[in-house]
Design a protein around this ligand. Sequence first.
Ligand SMILES: CC(=O)N[C@H](C=O)[C@@H](O)[C@H](O)[C@H](O)CO
Ligand SMILES: CC(=O)C(=O)O
Length: 308
Amino acid sequence: MRTVDLDRFRGITIAMYSCYDEQGEVSTEAARMLARHYANTGVSGLYVGGSSGEGMLQSVEERKKMLEAVIAEVGRELTVIAHIGAPSTRDSVALAKHAEEAGAHAVSAVPAIYYRLPEASVEHHWQSIVDSTLLPFIIYHIPQTTGFHLSKALLTRLIRQDKIIGVKISAESTFELQQFKAAGGDDILVLNGPDEQYLAGRSIGADGGIGGTYGVMPELFLEIENCFQEGKLEEAQKWQFTVNELIAELLTFPSLYGACKAVLKLRGLDSGEPRLPLLPVRETDMERVRALNDKILDCIARAEASRK
Ligand SMILES: CC(=O)N[C@H](C=O)[C@@H](O)[C@H](O)[C@H](O)CO
Ligand SMILES: CC(=O)C(=O)O
């Protein structure tokens, strides 16, 4: 049995976008505003500084600032998971210690990126992070960007430790997800990464999800989750199909996060542009963004009406 309460990490966790001002500097006001908005939607948590959060594109100081702002605003209402993975173990450990002091509920990290590392390096990297704080740790497995394939053997070894409570799996294989779940059972959390497969992930063993498109439509993922919990699988599938049409459109823009941020801006939630090399939405694409935002809002209204 774990000494950590796993329940607070279940449900819908938004992989929050970065928040910048007009000059492209981290904006604590924008971070608080966006975190506040999310706290009012009913999601369980926020994942700060991950892929959607552009942690890899920020300095250590900027990452600290962003995390502190989110915790100051919603740290008592929501579960805040700090993604502290950085190319070096040294920076990752510094960020993990900061996250603990700042009041994060858990830390999470990708493998050390850039070098093609043997499993022993990645294990040592993660272990150093885990040993540096008392916080629970969630492995972030995203082989399509890191190039590192987490083996079931390494996972099994790591999750024996009380502090290593689970894995966020962004690999697209639901079989792999199921194998991880089978390796850890009720004693670990397996969190679904690919938003397009939220329902598939849940159906095959995921305990919840952390996703980058939740941020423009948390209500729709909450609806899939509610239907799933109520055993209304056809309804859940209908909403997943709806969501997937929207994701397919979001993925047609030069960057997914640029599109998501542009959508939010139309709703008065300005978090600035994504940081380069992630491209912002082109002026000539703004008509398409407007149409897409209208479509998403319409789907959210339908989901809410179906609950009444
Ligand atoms: C590769 C990547 O960033 N995956 C994210 C996290 O798992 C997802 O949330 C995607 O952003 C989402 O599924 C859209 O493809
Ligand atoms: C998408 C996701 O989960 C992340 O941004 O890390």
